[in-house]
Design a protein around this ligand. Sequence first.
Ligand code: C5P
Length: 419
Amino acid sequence: MPVSQSPSETSPDSLSGTRVLLIISGGIAAYKSLDLIRRLRERGARVRPVMTAGAQAFVTPLAVGALAADKVFTELFSREDEQDVGHIRLARDCDLVLVAPATANIMAKMAQGLTDDLASTILLATDRPVLLAPAMNPKMWSHPATRRNRETLAGDGIGFVGPGRGEMAESGERGEGRMAEPLEIVAAVEARLFAFKPIGPLSGRRAIVTSGPTHEPIDPVRYIANRSSGRQGHAIAAALARLGAEVTLVSGPVTLADPKGVTVVRVQTAVEMRDAVLAALPADIAVMVAAVADWRVADVAGGKIKKAPGEDPPPLRLTENPDILKTVGHHAQRPRLVVGFAAETDDTVDNGRSKLARKGADFIVANDVSAASGVAGGVMGGTRNRVTVIGRDSEDSWPELDKDAVAERLAGLIASRLD
Ligand code: C5P
């Protein structure tokens, strides 16, 4: 079951307003740092560069400074810089310290706490998250000394991106040691920055959200699915995360980007979704938004079912899928607040209310998914929604809203209920 810590993809302003202190140490991969600076800045980050003496043998401070549009810091004891910024301020006036490329030497110094130049002093003085993009010869990377340093640093909470495998700059050398590509580093910077949760009314709370459709296989190439896009569930996961919750989003197959600051578990079938939800317990909040298929094919064919001329179409025998909401609503580790959705085409509110009791939910968010709902673009697969929030002794009809706005309102309701 693939799990990712989002954000896994980069959007044009994904780093807007963030400050990255980029330490370039002395390796041939330093040339890639020029492109890295450009990529970080394109996404809105401010990049303040620090170069070791070794780095300046590969790229010039002039080139680095021009791309960063900032002063390049190189000296530990520069009268001008110490008065102006100072290594302690350099170490703290940023949201993340990125070392790219990180040589075997700088890793060894970090592991030992040595401070004999500006870069190593910043790395000891900083209280910000630190991310390394190692780059070195494969023999140096696999050397027991580097392995020990790596483990020490990982144990100190230092993050790593790469290195990758492939051809080295030195001709004839191949193996693990190539610096990660700039876009991979950018994605790791985003993941590291947004792993630091916003503080909000749901800080310290854990939430599980299901989203999207499920795909129930018929044979290796065919499946039963529905029109759910995952927009509503993904928006709810993002809204809960913005309020500070630690969110696990269990998503069926969708084409949406992973919401920021959310752990995403991708599944295909209802049974996989149930297993992933139960594995994510205990939690304080469960919001089951996924349009889970009620049935799956009882006997999934091992090979593609063939069409034979003159024969009747093959029958599909269905069997019931587990009801994930009902399972969670009656579970020994039932979250304090359980919210379900009810997609209905008739008697929306009455059906929603009967589900509330049956499924053991605190709220059912009922939405009319029929064409008669009048919601622009349709609810299933569309961007807007009109819902009625049914509680044990309440019933609240919200106006037609964007799915993001529905999510925002629902997250607020959840936060006030848990308060
Ligand atoms: O029974 P119905 O599918 O209408 O109930 C809708 C609610 O139950 C939704 O919250 C949906 O995510 C959840 N559900 C589920 N597992 C199923 C079927 C529905 O969690 N197998």
